[in-house]
Structure formats: C-alpha cells, structure tokens
Design a protein around this ligand. Sequence first.
Ligand SMILES: Nc1nc2c(ncn2[C@@H]2O[C@H](COP(=O)(O)OP(=O)(O)O)[C@@H](O)[C@H]2O)c(=O)[nH]1
Ligand SMILES: [Mg+2]
Length: 221
Amino acid sequence: MVQIKLESQILGANDLIARRNSAHFQENQILAINLMSSPGSGKTTLLERTIDALADSLKMAVIEGDLYTDQDAQRIEKKGVKVVQINTDGTCHLDAGMVERAFKEIAYDGLQLLFVENVGNLVCPAEFNLGEDLRVVLATTTEGNDKITKYPLIFREAQAVVLNKIDLLPYTDFSLEQFQEDVQRINPQARIFMISGRTGQGIDEWTQWLLEEVRYKISTG
Ligand SMILES: Nc1nc2c(ncn2[C@@H]2O[C@H](COP(=O)(O)OP(=O)(O)O)[C@@H](O)[C@H]2O)c(=O)[nH]1
Ligand SMILES: [Mg+2]
C-alpha cells in the first residue's frame, strides 16, 4: 500500500516535468521521439541509419539513455550529430527530469528532430512520460512473436512499431502475419514499419514518415 502511494507520487512529479519538456519542444518546434525496445533490438543502429539518411534534410540531436556506459553515444557522435549521454546508474528507464537536464546541454537553435534512446527494456520505460511527441517501439524477428502480447503497454502506447532484423526472417520461425495481427489488435492506430538496420531495407519509408511528422509539427507549432 505504501509502495503504491510512493509510486503515484513519483509519477505525478514526473508528469509535471514531462509537461514542461513538451511545452519546451512545442515552443521550439522540435519533434521529440522516445525510442524504446528490449536490449539489442537495434535502436542505435536505426539511429545511425536515420542520421545517414536525413543529415542533409534535418537538424537532429540524440539523448542516449544507458545504465552505465557511453558506447551508444560514441557511435552517434561519430555521425557528427550532437549527443548527450544520460547514465541511469542501474535504473531501468529514463524519466522526464533526466531528459530535461540532458536537453539543457543541447544547442536547440534550429533543432528539428530530437531522438531519445531509452534504456533497453520493454517494461519500465512505458510507464514514464518524457514529454515526447511520439513513442516508437522496436521489435525484432529474433525475439519471437510473443513479445507484443507479453508486453502490451509499451506497444499499446506507441505511435509506430518498427519490426527490425527482417534480413534474419528466413532463419527464424517469426510470423509477419501474426505480428501485424497482434499489433493491430493491441494498437490499431500504430504505424508499422518493417526494416533491416543491417541491409537498409525499409529505411526510406521510415525516414519519409519522420519527415512528414516533422513538417506536421512545424505546421501546427
Ligand atoms: N542481422 C541484423 N542485425 C542487426 C540489425 N539491426 C541491428 N543489428 C545488430 O544487433 C545488435 C544490437 O544492435 P544495437 O543497435 O546496438 O541495439 P540496441 O541495444 O537496441 O541499441 C548489433 O550487433 C547490431 O549490429 C538488423 O536489422 N539485422
Ligand atoms: Mg543502443
């Protein structure tokens, strides 16, 4: 009982900061995306591909959430994009306060697209609003079909679900039909992308959607 009270207080405080982040993104016409998945699904790889594809069209920045290391931030930095590392020191998700502090380190003048790579986890990140515009969740062909129904919250609240590693489809028992059916049942509004961060398949459609969302944000800002 005490624990439940404590949790609701923490979430209440988080939501206040998330609202502040959201207002800040709105004022500056920045589209903020919270990128979530289990560890190793290809979040950083997708960011690398996205930066390669959109570097000439958009000004982007990345906030990297990790338990202890800055390995992902180093990968993004190599792409020439501003990146800020948050180490959660063992905490299994980012919260709005962490993002607010990290965002202060970014020169947001002219920034159009901010990615937040959340800690690899399909449970905790879903509970914490960061003030983002869009939530994107990655699933992979190697994780099995059951993850959508086992972790419904994170998939229910996403605006887009990206199925990665489709290059490995022939080596798995993953069913694309089952995947589409499960996502549509849990979240009928979600956009579905099927991609390979390895071969680049499907990346065009994904980046086209990002461009449309950035334009939409600017037109409604
Ligand atoms: N075969 C294959 N491997 C991939 C793909 N995307 C990422 N990987 C590999 O999966 C591993 C984890 O990728 P990473 O981007 O670090 O995942 P993250 O932990 O979600 O950020 C790395 O070895 C990547 O090279 C893909 O589409 N196909
Ligand atoms: Mg990563």
